[in-house]
Design a protein around this ligand. Structure first.
Ligand code: G3I
Length: 393
């Protein structure tokens, strides 16, 4: 009898022990590894449980409330439509922290230009509808990019003139279509477009289907067609490594000067900002200053910070996470303090969870602000500090 009682008590204690460790155990993510354990309560509203994970923190400020300019992130029509727990969490963070959205892929040529003189704007329309309902602006991305060409166009058998007519029709139809979307106050929802993306390869004109079929000046025509289709939408040139490659930076500045001399419309430069934790360093403020000196709008358009470009770590280390935090802070700080307010078009992150990133390789890269459980990383703290004007140096 006593043995039975003792066993019963022991069993009860074990049961209590198990359930209590379930509540109190660190809610640490499998940082860098896929995880489907989503904790919808752990957003950045300060209620983040103290997980003890050194890469996480209890955020108390939402990004959009810290900055004096729009803060963006990327979306897809399918994720916005999904009501899975995971996507509801994503939308909760999106609506709390951001006020600008960019389609990661849905508003690219390969998705919209489905055949000769034929367009499918349905994914973009869904994104615009979400923006309207939830008070976002939409940055259009991207009309012309050599990595997003539909198969039929790649193998287009018509003449160069017929090819160019297809591009003109597509640019005008797309810009005109999205110009129609207005918020309840009658203001446009799609306020800007990356008109040409990655025209340069280093300091030279990149050889692409467009340069081969239309000549190296194709970018000028595209900007003009976009302007003809919508007199008000902001027209951006977008590229990567503007901060790290001085040759490309100077080529872009030369292009802007040429456009301005010859009356080609352009309103802004998108600095993609796919960075590493230790690159660029001193070039970063110099580049932001140089681009700002064009007088155009400046958009940090695709921000992420790799910590393992050399593939020399197998899990996120405290040292790399700290370096990443500083790099995010540097971007926020220099953008906020160098670019005049009238030229600050906004700062857009390129993804939410590490595992959602275009850089995700199965678990050895952690480039974004949220871990795989949507918990807020200290990288976010760095960005908040930078946006608050705290000098990281
Ligand atoms: O949707 C299809 C899916 O149906 C198919 O089964 C699957 C098989 O590979 O592919 C899926 O499409 C992929 C798409 O992402 C959606 O996941 C494409 O293959 C893939 O190429 C595409 O990658 C995108 C890449 O641009 C190329 O368009 C990345 O998500 C996107 O983050 C990346 O973004 C670019 C910017 O637009 C421009 N600047 C550089 C940046 C990073 O490359």
């Amino acid at each position: 009898m006593n043995v039975l009682r003792t066993l019963t008590v022991l069993f009860f204690i074990m049961f209590l022990g198990c359930s209590s460790s379930g509540d109190d155990a660190p809610q640490g993510p499998i940082v860098g590894g896929p995880s489907d354990d989503i904790d919808p309560g752990s957003t950045d509203d300060g209620s983040n449980p103290d997980s003890g994970d050194p890469f996480l923190y209890n955020a108390t400020q939402d990004l959009k409330d810290v900055a004096d300019f729009p803060i963006g992130n990327i979306v897809s029509a399918s994720k916005l439509a999904s009501t899975s727990t995971e996507n509801e969490t994503f939308k909760g963070i999106l609506n709390a922290e951001y006020n600008s959205i960019t389609a990661e892929n849905d508003m690219k040529m390969a998705n919209m230009f489905t055949g000769q003189d034929t367009y499918d704007f349905s994914d973009g329309d869904a994104i615009v509808a979400y923006a309207k309902e939830n008070g976002f602006r939409v940055h259009g991305h991207a009309l012309i990019w050599h990595q997003s060409i539909p198969n039929w166009l790649n193998s287009f058998a018509g003449t160069d003139e017929e090819f160019e007519a297809q591009i003109e029709g597509y640019v005008k139809a797309t810009v005109a279509h999205f110009a129609e979307a207005k918020d309840t106050g009658g203001n446009p929802i799609v306020t800007s477009w990356d008109v040409v993306n990655e025209y340069f390869d280093g300091s030279s004109v990149r050889s692409t289907l467009f340069s081969q079929r239309m000549g190296n000046d194709y970018h000028k025509k595209v900007f003009q067609w976009a302007r003809e289709a919508d007199p008000d939408v902001k027209l951006f040139y977008n590229d990567y490594n503007i901060a790290g490659e001085v040759g490309k930076r100077n080529a872009i500045i030369g292009m802007v000067n040429d456009f301005q001399t010859n009356g080609i419309p352009i309103d802004g430069i998108g600095m993609q900002m796919h960075l590493n934790h230790d690159w660029p360093t001193s070039d970063l403020p110099t580049a932001i200053q140089d681009i700002s000196d064009t007088g155009l709008l400046v958009h940090v358009s695709e921000l992420d910070v790799k910590v393992n470009y050399g593939d020399d770590i197998t899990e996120l280390t405290e040292e790399r996470a700290a370096a990443q935090e500083v790099q995010f802070q540097r971007v926020g700080y220099y953008y906020t303090t160098i670019v005049p307010a009238a030229q600050q078009y906004g700062l857009t992150l390129w993804g939410f969870r590490d595992r959602d990133s275009w850089l995700y390789d199965g678990g050895s890269e952690w480039p974004l602000l949220y871990d795989n459980d949507f918990d807020t990383k200290i990288a976010h703290r760095g960005l908040v500090a930078g946006l608050n004007g705290e000098n990281p140096e």
